[in-house]
Ligand binder design. Structure first.
Ligand code: NAP
Length: 467
């Protein structure tokens, strides 16, 4: 038997585990996650109203329920948990599928003003990530409320906000824009935590500006996601034809690659169209680069943008002309970035672990038994399905190395060794107990499944496994 640890239970971790057990009947896989819940960004990144994408959890579930796969939640790897070197001793091979956990920074004055958040912070809040501040324990649980500092129940995102600016035009920007515009009728059937539902339902946001520094033909969102913005109830879309036309490809997009051509076509359809009597407007803006967040009464009050023009090489140059856009809420949605994991090499410029077809490289040489897959391997790009071929490549490398790796003596049962060292994993039964508690919480609120939003509730539910 070859005993492999996969670190991270998001799509890349699950696809790696799946590929390993499908391709070799002699492989056993432990999928470790620092959270007690599996599925990574499918649970904590995909927006709650994207129920079809979320249903991918059912596919990932079959992987984690495979007889030669075991889920070990609540096991952090690194300095605050199991050191990478110890993991390497316990298993024949370790595959790191830890994603890209940090946000890119804008590096402009005012970025850290109250009211300015990374999109990830907002996503974590409405996704019930247990590390998100501002989500109180759900009302039906008797567990004592966790320490949350001074964060108010609405997470502090929406109070007093009329105008929001979303910086960036990728799919995360589209997600947060759409969530800001969603109403209670659309959100209450989802698994959104109750406090976030209540806050979004009560929100007074009337204007959401989604702003790109380049042109419509360089936007990173996908057309399906863009189109969804036009189908939101009680919401209008504003796009200025003169601004869009700064893009040389706008008048005739036919020469663009299909994904960009379709985006431009959708925007052309919206440009200049009158908006009927709606509750809120999504304003799609282009050729504006953020230069400063301006304070009003100690919080963000506006974003100052410099108008840009295309430079003829796919980039833009500044014009020295500026525009201030009112904003009591700023969501910086400018991409993720990988973070170094202690004990593993790291390419700080790329935000990835150096590798050769998934084999970790230390000082340019292959480190036997250490692998990477997903965003920590290739950077934060692509859709969920992109992780499948990425994981397959890594697994092909690992299985090629298997004869050499299998010769080393490792712990018979690594989880028993971990327990002996004081680690208490949440196994599959614990996760199933969390699922039951989320169904019960939903029923008590007259909703479907509702996510538990804090560590205490999750761990209390997990401890009920077998009860
Ligand atoms: P992204 O696709 O890389 O988009 C980042 C956006 O931020 C770009 O518009 C970029 O503009 C802009 N940006 C970067 N630095 C900036 C700066 N200093 N000032 C102003 N704008 C700046 O990142 P993402 O939206 O976080 O998405 C990450 C990945 O997850 C993508 O592959 C995405 O498709 C995927 N995802 C998919 C879905 C879905 O399928 N529904 C949902 C969410 C996320 P430039 O192009 O000019 O750099």
């Amino acid at each position: 038997m070859l005993h492999v640890a996969v670190v991270g239970s998001g799509p890349s971790g699950c696809y790696t585990a799946q590929s390993l057990v499908q391709q070799d009947p002699r492989v056993r896989v432990d999928v470790l996650d620092r959270l007690p819940c599996p599925y990574g960004l499918v649970r904590y990144g995909v927006a709650p109203d994207h129920e079809k994408i979320k249903s991918l959890q059912n596919t990932l579930r079959t992987v984690l329920e495979h007889e030669r796969v075991r889920f070990l939640g609540g096991v952090p790897v690194g300095p605050d948990g199991v050191p990478a070197a110890r993991l390497r001793e316990l298993y024949h091979a370790v595959v790191y599928c830890v994603g890209a956990a940090a946000d890119r920074r804008l590096g402009i004055p005012g970025e850290d003003l109250p009211g300015s958040w990374s999109a990830t912070e907002f996503v974590s809040w409405y996704s019930a990530h247990p590390d998100s501040p501002g989500l109180p324990a759900p009302p039906s649980l008797s567990a004592p409320a966790p320490e949350r500092g001074d964060a108010p129940a609405d997470g502090g995102f929406l109070r007093g906000v009329r105008s929001a600016v979303v910086i960036g035009v990728g799919n995360v920007a589209v997600d947060v824009t759409r969530m800001l515009a969603r109403g209670v009728t659309e959100l209450s059937p989802t698994d959104i935590p109750h406090a976030a539902l209540t806050a979004l339902a009560a929100s007074g946001v009337t204007d959401i500006h989604m702003v790109g520094r380049r042109g419509p033909s360089q936007a990173r969102f996908t057309t399906k996601e863009l189109r969804e913005l036009g189908a939101l109830p009680d919401t209008g879309i504003v796009a200025d034809p003169a601004e869009l036309a700064l893009d040389p490809a706008y008048p005739d997009p036919s020469a663009l690659p299909a994904p960009q051509r379709r985006n431009v076509e959708v925007l052309r359809g919206w440009a200049g169209a009158p908006t009927s009597d709606v509750r809120r407007l999504i304003r799609l803006r282009f050729f504006l680069r953020p230069v400063e967040l301006l304070a009003r009464a100690g919080r963000v009050g506006a974003v100052r943008f410099e108008r840009t023009v295309p430079d003829g090489r796919g980039g833009v140059t500044g014009t020295g002309r500026f525009e201030d856009v009112e904003a009591q809420l700023v969501l910086r949605s400018v991409g993720y970035r990988g973070v170094p994991l202690e004990g593993l090499p790291f390419d700080a410029a790329a935000g990835t672990v150096p590798h050769l077809a998934g084999r970790v490289l230390r000082g340019g040489a292959v480190a036997p038994g250490e692998y990477v897959a997903g965003w920590i391997k290739r950077g934060p790009t692509g859709v969920i399905g992109t992780n499948r071929p990425c994981a397959k490549e890594t697994v092909a490398s690992l299985l090629e190395d298997a004869p050499a790796l299998a010769g080393r003596d490792v712990a018979g049962d690594p989880s028993a060794a971990l327990r002996a060292e004081g680690v208490e994993p949440v196994e599959w039964a614990g996760w199933r107990a969390i699922e039951r508690a989320e169904a019960e919480l939903g029923a008590s609120l007259g909703r479907n499944v509702v996510k538990l939003p804090d560590w205490e509730s999750l761990m209390a539910a997990a401890r009920n496994a077998g009860a």
